[in-house]
Design a protein around this ligand. Structure first.
Ligand code: SF4
Ligand code: F3S
Length: 367
């Protein structure tokens, strides 16, 4: 079986113009994204070439379809796309050719056979028994329970499915909730983001195919390989933060020079995601790299933080190199300085000296 699969997979790579070198490069990149040793790349390559993919059911509820868009937007036939293409995507409302009863039949068959991965996009409205999102006569809650019961695991894509996202923004009229608020008896991997970064979907699936298990997660069920790092600690503008060099206005000199966006509302200090490392659009850039602050889109209730409000940094530890703040200690001048000072003093007129004394007094009051 695995031999046939390997031959088919090789054929697929070849017909898509992906060389063996590109494929191995992809496996090394995946090892990097998963925070594994690069020596794991051959193991990943072997698994991808030989192991059958689990079937996938992709459900979409209260959302903008941005995560499905993010998942599909490959600018060229990348290996990532091929890996995802070779998934047996048995049901995806937006992508599948079948519709109506045929589509529902495909889903029911997969649910009956079991051992599939359930991917959920979008929040689930729970007010009034869930009537605010009804598909084919069933509420989103019913669809979710039905598809979750025989799933091996659930992967939520995007902030809405993970934590309720924008539909949950105050006053949350539909009582939108994330999957983990409703399903309590299945392993759940949350991949929040607005939208989710497709690299993290690929890496989660590659991890599952390679090791037959889901990656380790944090207390919000987010995989540590992607959400175990604070944006602020990996940001290319961090040196400017530490030096107190901030953008104060869009387009000002600091903005043109790539200074820190904290004062423009950047939430990097309170956000956990791998955006600075894996970036977006085939690794071209990321929000802070493009000149806008991070909105904390991988955190619960990010919409309530206010895009341009400054983040509260309770655990911030200033770097050891910060100068001491307080009363400036007067240095005892050296003899040479004293002589030079005396000469300058003599050269400056009395009136000027009185003026300077006034300014000097003001300064010491401020201090
Ligand atoms: Fe980067 Fe934002 Fe942190 Fe500034 S506040 S260093 S822009 S993450
Ligand atoms: Fe979201 Fe911030 Fe990354 S806004 S895309 S977590 S830089």
């Amino acid at each position: 079986m695995s031999k046939v699969f390997k031959e088919n997979f090789k054929e697929k790579l070849k017909s898509s113009g992906v060389s063996r070198r590109d494929f191995l490069k992809f496996c090394t990149t995946m090892a990097g994204v998963l925070a594994l040793e690069s020596t794991m790349a051959p193991k990943i390559a072997h698994a991808l070439e030989t192991k059958k993919r689990p079937p996938v059911i992709w459900l979409e509820f209260q959302d903008c379809a941005g995560c499905a868009e993010s998942f599909l937007r490959a600018t060229r036939p990348t290996v990532e796309k091929l890996i995802l293409d070779t998934l047996s995507l048995d049901y995806h409302e937006t992508l599948m050719a079948a519709s109506g009863y045929l589509a529902e039949e495909a889903k029911e068959k997969t649910i009956k056979e079991g051992k599939y991965i359930l991917i959920v996009e979008g929040a689930i409205p729970t007010a009034e028994n869930g009537i605010y999102c009804t598909i084919g006569g069933k509420t989103a809650i019913e669809h979710l329970h039905e598809a979750a019961k025989n799933a091996l695991a659930i992967i939520t894509v995007g902030n809405c499915a993970s934590f309720g996202g924008l539909p949950k923004a105050a006053p949350n009229p539909t009582k939108a909730a994330g999957v983990m608020d409703i399903i309590k008896d299945k392993p759940i991997i949350n991949l929040p983001g607005c939208p989710v970064n497709a690299v993290n979907i690929t890496a989660t699936i590659v991890h599952y195919i390679t090791f037959n298990k889901l990656p380790k997660v944090d207390k919000l069920k987010r995989p540590l390989f992607a959400y175990g790092y604070r944006i602020h600690d990996n940001c290319e503008r961090r040196a400017h933060f530490d030096r107190g060099e901030f953008v104060h206005e869009w387009g000002d000199e600091g903005h043109r020079n790539g200074w820190c966006l904290y004062k423009m509302g950047c939430k990097g200090p309170v956000t956990f995601a791998n955006c600075p490392r894996v970036r977006w659009n085939d690794g071209v850039s990321w929000p802070v790299g493009a000149g806008h602050g991070c909105l904390a889109c991988t955190e619960p209730d990010f919409w309530e933080l206010g895009a341009y409000n400054q983040a509260n940094i309770p655990e911030y530890i200033p770097p050891a190199t910060y100068p001491k703040v307080g009363k400036v200690k007067k240095e005892v001048p050296s003899s040479a300085d004293k002589i030079l000072g005396g000469l300058i003093g003599a050269a400056v007129g009395g009136a000027v000296a009185i003026g300077l004394t006034k300014i000097g007094n003001k300064k010491s009051e401020d201090e």
